[in-house]
Design a protein around this ligand. Structure first.
Ligand code: F1P
Length: 346
């Protein structure tokens, strides 16, 4: 992860200044809508992009499961840009979704890891993530690299559209350069997270909650746990809890809450109170130095402070480590989970 992050950040925005993006820059500026198609972890990166692009570039974004989109009769116009995200670049559903959008006149921008892959070749333009080979089946560093590219993309479009103030752009650029060190610090939580994993390795269910930028991270945390440890896990927007999942909470339910200091912090504190009132076992991912949530949660995982917009790059790491340790403690093969293929080509 760190190598791919460093590589990415040393290159700065140069991946996005490549000829492909420059040639399509004006299309992004004038787009009426951005549709993101992807599957699995890549879909979660797409969800982060929805927040990023709407916040920074003020363009409407739809994030679609490629596996559904390809079988619908979606309304697509020539002023739509479809971003196809795929680690392998070979996922059949994502390829079919982009082909469908292309046949209706949309411009296709690809974000793939594997150079020369089928999806990369089918796009009009794109940016490679260059995260290096994903050894295991479950995507981890690819997610980080995808979100990094999408952040740079949102910043570039925002700058060109004049929707992001110069000072904010400068702040974000500076903070992006601090992210590799912060990810490194998050990786140092390894021993601590292993201890937490010992306690929860035999539970049958997990709930993951997050708001705003941390909502897709909650989904990704739940997916990682399902994929490699075979424990049933659900990710929800924290505010959605009261519309159903709250019925699941009792003293046997571990609830991972991503509760870093951001604009929804106070609301997340109320969600934690609701879980606590029902005796749920709270594992909270908090910002270093927070004193409020540690007084309420049973387990606390502290990550370094960063901008709300960049937090998914940091907050996903402890959740990946949690899944990894639980899976290893359960004797699961984390690199080759049962029933999963690296590229789903059918
Ligand atoms: C999509 C994906 C992965 C998942 C598994 C199956 O792959 O759902 O996110 O971890 O490998 O495929 P991709 O289109 O990003 O290669």
């Amino acid at each position: 992860i760190l190598d791919s992050m460093r590589g990415r950040l040393e290159l700065g925005g140069s991946h996005l200044n490549m000829a492909g993006f420059r040639a399509y820059e004006q299309k992004f500026v004038n787009a009426q809508r951005i549709i993101i198609v992807a599957c699995g972890t890549s879909w979660h990166a797409g969800l982060v992009a929805e927040y990023l692009i709407e916040d920074l570039a003020r363009l409407p974004v739809e994030v679609e499961y490629a596996s559904e989109f390809r079988y619908r009769n979606p309304v697509i116009s020539e002023r739509d840009i479809v971003i196809a995200i795929s680690q392998s670049g070979e996922t059949a559903d994502t390829l079919a979704a982009l082909e469908l959008a292309k046949s209706k006149g949309a411009t296709i921008f690809g974000i793939c890891n594997v150079v020369g892959s089928s999806i990369a070749r089918a796009t009009d333009a794109g940016a490679y993530t260059h995260a290096g080979p994903e050894i295991g089946v479950a995507s981890t560093k690819a997610f980080t690299a995808q979100v990094t590219v999408l952040t740079l993309l949102a910043m570039c479009i925002g700058q060109r559209r004049g929707t992001i103030p110069e000072t904010k752009l400068r702040e974000l650029t500076a903070e992006l350069h601090n992210i590799p060190t912060k990810v490194e610090k998050a990786l140092e939580l390894d021993t601590e997270i292993r201890q937490i994993s010992e306690i929860f390795k035999d539970v049958p269910n997990f709930l993951y909650l997050g708001r705003g930028y941390n909502f897709p991270v909650a989904l990704e945390g739940a997916l990682k746990l399902k994929e490699i440890s075979y424990i049933h896990a659900e990710g929800y927007p924290a505010a959605e809890m009261k519309h159903g999942p709250i019925a699941l909470i009792d003293e046997n339910m571990p609830v991972v809450v991503i509760a870093t200091k951001d604009s929804s912090y106070e609301k997340v504190v109320s969600n934690i109170q609701e879980v606590k009132a029902r005796k749920g076992r709270i594992i909270a991912v908090v910002t270093e130095g927070d004193t409020v949530i540690p007084a309420m949660a049973e387990f606390v995982i502290e990550v370094p402070h960063t901008s709300e917009i960049l937090m998914p790059l940091v907050s996903v790491v402890p959740l990946q480590l949690l899944s990894y340790h639980i899976a290893v403690l359960r004797g699961c093969n984390v690199d080759q989970p049962r029933n999963l293929a690296k590229s789903v080509t059918v």
